[in-house]
Unconditional design. Structure first.
Length: 305
């Protein structure tokens, strides 16, 4: 049988895992590696990309920075989460605010330290990234529109770390980034609809709070229709191999998403819409392999432009 002290330690570990959303971290790391192999460095052998020490440091620094971002975000959102996510909030509060801050500063110091193994530019990039996450959590998150745009930008920023490392800027990369940015921006507004009670109580100036749910739905509809533009370029203009299947399916799912959006009125329904978008984003990570599945066999991707 576990002692009381051991049980308490396990609960604290699980609490911190919940705070940093540890279930998201492996997906982010996988997305960075797959992007490097299939999009940003297709001329290199997959094994050489996987064994690249500098790339490993960049991916590690990115995931740790995102984890620390979740900590500081949780720190500032503790009151709002009591209303919007009472069950998760109970778990998160097993770790004190003081401990969260100590862990936050320790992780960020470690990120800056390991970034020196890559270059001073890497240190500068991650220092700016850490500051932007803090500034968003502390100031920008409550601001009308700016909070949504900043959150979406910060979500795609880790991929620019890989892009700067390989110094490749193919047009299709911008199309991929635009599609991902739009999906994340839509998800952010859905989260605002989902968390409207806590936002009102804590004076968050979100789109649903300022203009109401119907206006927010119109904004989401506009952004969803806008997804057609990057998808068109990715399917018709650029060569994305078999990944065009993913984009065709995504359009069908987004049509269903809009249908459900205009029928939604409860928190549970908005959570379901949030999960649909999360499914599209996560499945998009795994579908990067479809750009050139042959790399899984011969170890090298063909250059796709």
């Amino acid at each position: 049988m576990l002692s009381r002290k051991s049980k308490h330690t396990i609960l604290k570990v699980l609490s911190m895992f919940s705070v940093v959303r540890g279930y998201n971290i492996p997906v982010i790391a996988l997305a960075q590696y797959l992007s490097a192999i299939f999009i940003l460095a297709p001329e290199k052998r997959a094994l050489s990309v996987l064994l690249d020490f500098n790339l490993f440091i960049i991916v590690l620094a990115s995931t740790l920075t995102i984890a620390s971002g979740y900590i500081i975000n949780n720190f500032y959102d503790s009151k709002k989460d009591l209303i919007n996510r009472p069950n998760k909030s109970k778990i998160d509060r097993l770790v004190s605010q003081k401990t969260k801050l100590q862990f936050y500063f320790t992780v960020n110091f470690f990120v800056a330290l390991i970034a020196f193994f890559v270059s001073f530019r890497a240190v500068l990039f991650f220092s700016v990234y850490i500051f932007l996450i803090w500034f968003y959590s502390h100031k920008l998150k409550k601001q009308f529109i700016i909070g949504n745009l900043t959150a979406s930008f910060l979500a795609v920023l880790p991929f620019f770390a890989i892009l700067l490392y390989y110094k490749n800027l193919y047009p299709q990369i911008l199309a991929h980034a635009t599609f991902l940015f739009l999906l994340i921006l839509i998800r952010e507004i859905i989260k605002d609809l989902e968390n409207i009670k806590g936002d009102i109580a804590n004076n968050y100036q979100t789109i649903p709070v300022k203009f109401g749910e119907e206006f927010a739905k119109k904004a989401i509809t506009f952004l969803t229709i806008s997804c057609i533009i990057p998808v068109y370029f990715l399917i018709e203009v650029y060569n994305v191999g078999y990944m065009d299947i993913y984009f065709y399916v995504s359009l069908i799912v987004l049509i269903l998403f809009l249908f459900l959006l205009w029928k939604a009125s409860t928190k549970l329904q908005y959570i379901q819409l949030h999960n649909i978008l999360k499914f599209l984003i996560v499945s998009g990570v795994f579908c990067i392999v479809l750009i050139n599945p042959e790399v899984l066999i011969n170890g090298r991707a063909m250059l796709k432009i």
